[in-house]
Write a protein that binds this ligand. Structure first.
Ligand code: HEM
Length: 367
């Protein structure tokens, strides 16, 4: 059922589902979803606009992807899932270029754009070393990894529900989902690094911070892929994505609050009012951060100068990487959005310009 419905959604766009169909899907949810968490998550995402709950989380089908991550049999880490998502986007581009059912009116990319898109996407996939043998595309796209053939893995194919019918929205959704997975991995690294520092294991902490920086580097490739999106396609389908924005990305903000508490003006701005659960975590007295661990351990004279130098350098690398990420993101928004407002209801580029000035480790800059 989910596959047939998804096929239909891709034919007309989620924004344009008929009232009759939405009512039928609501009834199915009421009758059957209790019995299957995947079906429940699938319908939660599909009915978001109909039920007035539309947002980044449901646009990107994150409830379904999270169930896949949690599935014991599938054994898929966020890193690995990011590779599966980009691999799927590559397959989609190749299949449609080869004359799949998608009609030409959807605006396929020209060969030069397609080649560029695929080149960066393949680079992203090849950079994965989390699979059993890494990924080697020398032997062709058959080598692209696929989701596991488990019950959970079978739901992977229905995690793209475009709001409209233009070609580029498919890979746009896949890349934003990938972003969520990478930031899930980065947040875990930072959480582990805090634990290591608190345990007095500075080198282990530095290793995890450097791993987060490396994942960030991989995340930067996403912008090169997304830069091949046609601005006219983007401005057309974004008419129907108002209310869903990556400003609601919980994992990105979670990463930020694990590095250090943001200054009060940012914590009370749309950056955090858009992610109330993460803001609550930040305001919880038990919440710990790299910054707090650093200040406590420095005060207690826990490490020697050589060790502090190591840690300072690792934090500097992470900060620099984040700064580069923000600048590239802003440049992309200038190109794709111009003067328009963001779909998360900020003033768009001016909001992102202010974000570039923020620092993760602002409380440590005087150390
Ligand atoms: C066409 C491409 C893109 C445009 C035009 C764009 C534009 C924007 C805008 C205007 C905002 C501010 C919030 C809002 O009002 O929506 C924003 C926030 C954000 N975007 Fe993008 N974005 C694009 C692609 C991406 C991609 C590919 C990613 C991730 C890989 C991403 C991640 C984020 C994040 C994490 C935020 C929150 C920033 C913060 O609150 O500090 N964006 N984006």
């Amino acid at each position: 059922m989910a596959r047939v419905v998804t096929e239909h959604v891709r034919q007309i766009g989620k924004h344009f589902l008929s009232e009759r169909m939405l009512t039928e899907l609501s009834n199915i949810r009421t009758r059957h979803a209790m019995r299957c968490s995947f079906l429940d998550a699938f319908l939660e995402c599909l009915l978001d606009k109909h039920e007035g709950r539309y947002g980044n989380r449901t646009y990107l089908a994150l409830p379904l992807l999270e169930l896949l991550l949690d599935d014991q049999h599938a054994e898929v880490s966020p890193d690995r899932l990011s590779t599966l998502l980009v691999s799927d986007a590559i397959r989609f581009e190749l299949e449609t270029a080869g004359g799949s059912p998608e009609p030409p009116s959807r605006g396929r990319p020209d060969p030069v754009t397609l080649r560029k898109r695929l080149r960066h996407a393949v680079r992203f996939v090849v950079a994965d070393r989390s699979g059993p043998d890494g990924v080697d595309l020398e032997d062709g796209v058959d080598q692209l990894p696929r989701p596991p053939a488990t019950d959970a893995g079978r739901w992977f194919d229905v995690t793209v529900q475009p709001v409209y019918v233009l070609h580029d929205e498919y890979f746009f959704i896949r890349l934003l989902q990938t972003h969520e997975m990478l930031f899930t991995a980065i947040a875990t690294d930072i959480r582990t690094a805090i634990g290591a520092l608190r345990d007095g294991q500075l080198e282990a902490g530095v290793e995890r911070i450097d791993h987060a920086t490396a994942v960030f580097e991989r995340a930067a490739i996403l912008f090169r892929i997304i830069a091949t999106m046609r601005a006219d396609q983007f401005s057309t389908f974004r008419q129907f994505t108002q209310g869903a924005s990556a400003i609601q990305s919980e994992q990105y903000k979670r990463f930020e609050i694990l590095c250090g508490l943001p200054p009060a003006p940012r914590l009370h701005s749309p950056a955090f009012t858009s992610v109330p659960a993460v803001r609550d975590e930040a305001e919880n007295a038990a919440h710990d951060t790299i910054t707090q661990a650093y200040l406590d351990l420095r005060g207690a004279g826990a490490f020697g100068q050589a060790e502090w130098t190591l840690l300072d350098a690792a934090l500097g690398r992470l900060e620099a990487r984040h700064q580069r990420w923000k600048s590239t993101h802003r440049s992309l928004a200038v190109r794709m959005l111009g003067d328009a407002h963001g779909s998360g209801y900020t003033d768009g580029v001016p909001y992102l310009t202010k974000c570039v000035k923020n620092r993760l480790f602002w409380q440590l800059s005087a150390q």
